[in-house]
Design a protein around this ligand. Structure first.
Ligand code: RB5
Length: 140
C-alpha cells in the first residue's frame, strides 16, 4: 500500500521515524518537509490533500506540533476526511465511522510508541459503511 506523508518542522522527526518503522509494510511518498528548519504547515498540507482528494485509493499522513494546523488545512479540500488522532482508539473510529483518508498526528503531544500504535491501527481498520456512509455523504 502506498501512503503520501508530510509534516512541518515540528513533525519532521516523527515523520522520519514512521517511515523507518513501517518501511517493510508500506511504500511512502514523502512530500516534505526534509529538515527541522521552520516551515509553514499549509505549504505541506495543501499538496498532500490535493493528491488524496483526486485519488480515492490513496491515503495520507500529516504531522505537525498539535495536529490542528494540518487537520484544518487538509479538511478545506472536498473529498478529504482528515482525522486528528492522539490515541489508537480514536484512529480506529476515524476509519470505522468517518472513513478518514488522512491520518493527522500531534507530534509534540504523543510519545513515539503511541504514534506507531495509532498509525498501525489506522491502516489496519476498515470503514464500517452502513449508517456512516449516509453521514459522511453529508459532509461535502
Ligand atoms: C509549529 O510551531 C506549530 O505551530 C505547528 O507545528 C502546529 O502545531 C500548528 O498547528
Amino acid at each position: 500500500m502506498k501512503i503520501v506523508i508530510a509534516s512541518d518542522h515540528a513533525g519532521f522527526e516523527l515523520k522520519e521515524q514512521i517511515k523507518r518503522h513501517f518501511a517493510r509494510e508500506f511504500e511512502f511518498e514523502d512530500l516534505g518537509t526534509h529538515s527541522a528548519e521552520s516551515v509553514d504547515y499549509p505549504d505541506f498540507a495543501h499538496p498532500l490533500a490535493e493528491k488524496v482528494a483526486h485519488d480515492p485509493s490513496l491515503f495520507g499522513v500529516l504531522i505537525c506540533g498539535t495536529g490542528n494546523g494540518m487537520v484544518m488545512t487538509a479538511n478545506k479540500h472536498a473529498d478529504v476526511r482528515a482525522g486528528l488522532c492522539w490515541a489508537p482508539e480514536i484512529a480506529a473510529l476515524a476509519r470505522q465511522h468517518n472513513n478518514a483518508n488522512i491520518l493527522v498526528m500531534p507530534a509534540r503531544f504523543i510519545p513515539e510508541e503511541t504514534a506507531f500504535n495509532i498509525f498501525d491501527t489506522f491502516f489496519h481498520t476498515e470503514f464500517e459503511g452502513g449508517r456512516h456512509e449516509r453521514r459522511i455523504a453529508k459532509i461535502n
